[in-house]
Write a protein that binds this ligand. Structure first.
Ligand code: PMP
Length: 391
């Protein structure tokens, strides 16, 4: 076989550790072992049957051919209106590209912002695909380290922007659940203006905010022309498998991204777009119903944690995760997660799988039913206490 390209073989260079726990848990489940899986960000409910009906009817009605590449005009318009209503920033269909999920939007955003060899900044801990996505776009990922004591928020004054063309942020955050406060967003926006960076704002969890408010940095003064927003139906409407999301960007950038979509994805299936349009016009109650269990479960977990003092939660305000500090046990996140899986059949993600900053931490996905989650966290805490005492 001829050599594989350097680009493809180096996608995961310097990648994060700790995914072994996840794969081991999956293997155990496949072997019939009951494991409580608090690993990935997948709802424990499926897509709403009414959305599926809309999808089915659209497919049966003939929407099975090529769909228009940038997305259906009515869907682009609906997304634009949604963005405008939520942020106050004038937004039209020309600012929207419909994409096969937020993941494709992240790749496209970096393709449009960075030339090969440019540096693309992102904040550690991070959603696991970020470095690979940046490399796939030909850019060089550079992580901005953060600290547990600051709830893993970046310090804008400490960011080195040398050689950088873009800065990727994510609020509400995966893996930490943090919602960036306005002061941080204002300072990051200022940095992007001073150092002429694109700000790529991953807002796929924007319907899951439990405290404070989600502020899109595109709404900050002077930012609409240098912000690329990543949106998705995956989390807001429990449509992870439908692969539909969008990019909000200045119209000239969207024009170039339509060329990229033509050369790569060739758009999103028409029946999926119809289902998305249906879902978006169901109103906020559906979105609140989908988000609410995560808030409830976060509060339940915090109640369990309040009864002990070995494991502490990173203050979080949104998303479907909670990050726990287990450094008092003396174990790495990876060692702890492996031992927890072996001893108690509970699978959590080691902080190390999201970068260096979250070493000695665990991420819980709040994606199992309440009682099971509470029991798992009680066991986790008791186990942490045992490990600490044995140390
Ligand atoms: N960004 C973040 C922070 C995520 O957690 C995810 C999915 N887990 C995505 C983007 C991509 O989501 P999708 O492609 O399903 O829209």
């Amino acid at each position: 076989m001829p050599n594989l390209s350097k680009r493809i073989t180096s996608l995961n260079d310097g990648g994060s550790d700790g995914w072994e726990v996840f794969y081991r848990a999956r293997r155990m489940v496949a072997e019939g072992i009951a494991v409580t899986e608090l690993t990935i960000g997948e709802h424990d409910i499926g897509t709403d049957p009414a959305i599926l009906d809309a999808m089915y009817e659209a497919a049966r009605g003939g929407q099975t051919g090529y769909a228009i590449v940038p997305g259906r005009p009515d869907l682009r318009k609906t997304v634009a209106q949604r963005v405008q209503d939520r942020t106050g920033v004038p937004t039209s269909a020309d600012n929207i590209l419909i994409t096969p999920g937020g993941q494709s939007a992240l790749f496209s955003a970096h393709m449009a912002a960075c030339d090969p060899g440019d540096t693309a900044l992102f904040v550690d801990p991070y959603y696991a695909t970020y470095p690979g996505t940046i490399r796939a776009a030909g850019a060089i990922p550079r992580a901005i380290q953060t600290h547990s004591r600051d709830a893993f928020l970046p310090d804008p004054a400490a960011i080195d922007t040398t050689g950088a063309k873009s800065l990727l942020i994510n609020s509400p955050n995966n893996p930490t659940g943090t919602v960036y406060p306005p002061a941080t967003l204002h300072a990051l926006a200022k940095l992007c203006q001073t150092d002429d960076l694109w700000l790529i704002s991953d807002e796929v969890y924007d319907t899951q905010v439990w405290q404070g408010e989600h502020l899109s940095p595109r709404a900050l003064p002077g930012m609409a022309d240098r912000t690329i927003v990543i949106g998705s139906m995956s989390k807001s409407h429990a449509m992870t498998g439908s692969r539909i999301g969008w990019i909000v960007a200045p119209a000239p950038m969207i024009d170039t991204l339509i060329d990229l979509a033509t050369a790569t994805t060739y758009g999103v299936p028409g029946y999926i777009q119809t289902a998305a349009l249906f879902a978006l016009t169901q109103g906020a109650a559906l979105e609140a119903d989908i988000a609410q269990p995560f808030q409830r479960r976060r509060d339940l977990v915090l109640q369990v944690l309040a009864r002990q003092n070995t494991v502490t939660a990173i203050p979080s305000q949104g998303a479907m995760y909670l990050m726990l500090d287990i450094r008092a046990t003396g174990l790495t996140g990876e060692a702890f997660a492996n031992a927890l899986l072996d001893t108690h059949r509970i699978a959590v993600m080691p902080g190390e799988s999201f970068g260096h900053s979250a070493a000695g931490h665990l991420r819980l996905a709040l994606t199992v039913e309440d009682n099971r989650l509470v029991a798992a966290v009680e066991t986790l805490c008791a186990f942490a206490e045992q490990v600490r005492q044995a140390a």
